[in-house]
Design a protein around this ligand. Structure first.
Ligand SMILES: Cc1cc2nc3c(=O)[nH]c(=O)nc-3n(C[C@H](O)[C@H](O)[C@H](O)COP(=O)(O)OP(=O)(O)OC[C@H]3O[C@@H](n4cnc5c(N)ncnc54)[C@H](O)[C@@H]3O)c2cc1C
Length: 519
């Protein structure tokens, strides 16, 4: 997988080795006659912090992180929000919290025809069966089990397995791990294909420009040189990277591009629009006992991980979740309560100062919609990211409702028996506390939306030979966590690109139908 010459023409050049890019590299290079190039801006994935599940926040602001931040957020008193994005083989799957919660069937309602739940369900099966990276957590924390019990006892959420068809409720999450260590998209999909002669993978190769002949992409310029594209260019640079690359290459709103002196190759007004992320306000609870991950960095835990692949370091931190409806009549949950058995301070950048737990209150279907634009014509400059968080008052209502429900859970045994005190928001006015503390769950989507920027085959409208396959094409946020949905999308994209019929079970029945027959 080391550097090889890129001076000949590739059938497929894929930009970005993240959740989607690794799957495409595997699937498209399965045919030995096809020449595939995968270009990744970040370094190789050699780091113990990538392997150790509990260490993900140690990757924040490191060389494996793009370390973006938003412009000042109008509804948050001008506060800027941190936007971590993975920059290595595996992309954001190499720094994420490994929660496997694929969402709800209704998530696909806003997707265009051909992308409905029935069509997509078999790709979730394929992902779960093929990637060998979905596992039960090794050692859930006793407090995590207490959270699930108290959610049930309080009447807020019945026990759930957090699978799409039965999402509502509370449960311990499955994780993207293998034998107690993180399993990234690169581990699951790229490494099994690494010996193929027809696959070239370049790291430290940031794509800076796309070359066009008319409207057809014929090559890319990257930090190590140039690659000629004979077939298709596939952008899998993520919900921040892909629209940024298109805009810098002259594909986007022509008037906006002209302000930066960029001549439009194609006037496509929706590139970078429709940016969405899940707002989350993290409640903090001080707790008695010695169970919390306050003790995770003790040497004994490292020994336990190394010798037995067990213990606190195998924790993905976000160990459980509850999915609820903020009001009656909703088709699916719109609140998530995300449970972490540790005081998660300052996005994990500050060490906890005592035992406790945290609960992220998440608005799953925010109405606030933001955008991504260029700061300058230099593709090496970071883009301007505006989440427009909480600019729609309904998002605040949902979060406030979530805070109330979490308080009811914490007041119910067994959790109530270990709670010493609510540290945040405690006595503060809840609305002001949310505005002062809200962040996101790091789930940006929507900036090259299906049906607007790309057609139903994921081809960029108005261009030839360019597709986008990653979180940016997802039109609206999932009621869950994106890695699984993006992986489903990439598996379907591989079928579309190679002309295979949609996935179904071995007997020809869509797997979703088999499952419902069994139920
Ligand atoms: C801290 C954190 C926690 C998260 N927790 C969870 C979780 O628990 N569960 C879950 O399901 N999801 C989680 N997510 C979200 C999930 O990981 C991402 O949504 C998903 O990995 C995005 O996949 P992608 O393929 O769209 O982009 P990415 O995986 O981000 O891949 C994009 C790749 O493109 C590369 N790239 C970008 N620009 C260029 C360029 N110009 N040239 C070359 N390469 C480029 C990047 O370096 C990166 O490797 C989390 C994310 C973060 C950051």
């Amino acid at each position: 997988m080391d550097s090889r010459s890129t001076d000949s023409r590739y059938d497929y050049a894929i930009v970005g080795a993240g959740s989607a890019g690794c799957i495409l590299a595997n699937k498209l290079s399965a045919d030995p006659r096809t020449r595939v190039l995968l270009l990744e801006a970040g370094p190789r994935d050699r780091s113990k912090e990538i392997r150790i599940p509990a260490a993900f926040s140690k990757l924040f602001k490191s060389k494996f992180d793009w370390d973006h931040e938003t412009v000042p957020q109008e509804a948050l008193g001008g506060r800027r929000i941190y936007v971590p994005r993975g920059k290595t083989l595996g992309g954001s799957s190499a720094m994420n919290a490994q929660m496997h919660i694929p969402g709800h069937p209704a998530d696909f309602d806003p997707w265009p025809e051909g992308w409905d739940w029935q069509t997509m369900r078999p790709y979730l099966d394929a992902f779960e069966e093929e990637s060998c990276s979905v596992a039960e957590p090794r050692d859930p924390n006793p407090m995590t089990r207490a959270f699930v019990e108290s959610a049930d006892g309080s009447g807020v959420a019945r026990p759930s397995d957090l699978r799409p068809e039965s999402l509502a409720g509370a449960g311990i999450t499955r994780v993207h791990q293998r034998k107690g260590l993180r399993c990234t998209a690169a581990d699951a999909w790229l490494k099994p294909a690494r010996d193929r002669d027809n696959l070239t993978v370049l790291t430290d190769a940031q794509v800076l420009g796309i070359e066009f002949e008319g409207k057809r992409a014929v090559g890319v310029r990257h930090t190590q040189g140039h690659a000629a594209v004979g077939g298709e260019l596939i952008l899998s640079a993520g919900a921040i990277g892909s629209p940024h690359l298109l805009l810098a290459a002259g594909v986007g709103p022509a008037a906006e591009l002209a302000e930066h002196g960029i001549e439009a190759v194609h006037d496509l007004p929706d590139v970078g629009r429709n940016l969405r992320d899940h707002p989350m306000a993290i409640m903090l609870w001080e707790a008695s006992g010695k169970d919390s991950m306050f003790a995770a960095e003790k040497p004994g835990q490292l020994v336990k991980l190394l010798l037995q692949r067990r213990g606190m370091l195998t924790s993905n931190v976000g160990e459980a979740a509850a999915f609820l409806r903020s009001r009656d009549g909703l088709p699916a949950p719109d609140i998530e309560l995300l449970f972490a058995p540790v005081l998660y301070l300052d996005e994990g950048l500050t060490k906890p100062d005592q035992h406790g737990f945290s609960t992220g209150v998440v608005c799953l279907r925010p109405r606030s919609v933001g955008s991504l634009t260029l700061r300058s014509a230099d593709p090496g400059d970071k883009p301007a990211i505006d989440y427009a968080l909480l600019t729609d008052a309904d998002d605040l209502r949902v979060l406030m409702e979530g805070v109330a429900r979490m308080r009811a859970i914490a007041a119910t045994p067994p959790l109530s028996e270990i709670v010493e005190r609510e540290r945040a928001p405690a006595g503060e006015d809840v609305e002001s506390w949310i505005r002062a503390n809200v962040q996101t769950v790091y789930h940006p989507v929507g900036t090259c939306s299906l049906g607007k920027v790309v057609d139903d085959q994921l081809r960029v409208r108005g261009l030839e030979g360019v597709r986008v396959v990653d979180g940016s094409v997802i039109p609206d946020l999932m009621r869950g966590h994106p890695h699984a949905q993006i992986s489903m999308l990439a598996l379907r994209a591989a079928d579309l690109i190679t002309g295979r019929p949609p996935a179904s079970s071995s007997d020809g029945t869509p797997r979703s139908a088999r499952l419902s027959q069994r139920a």
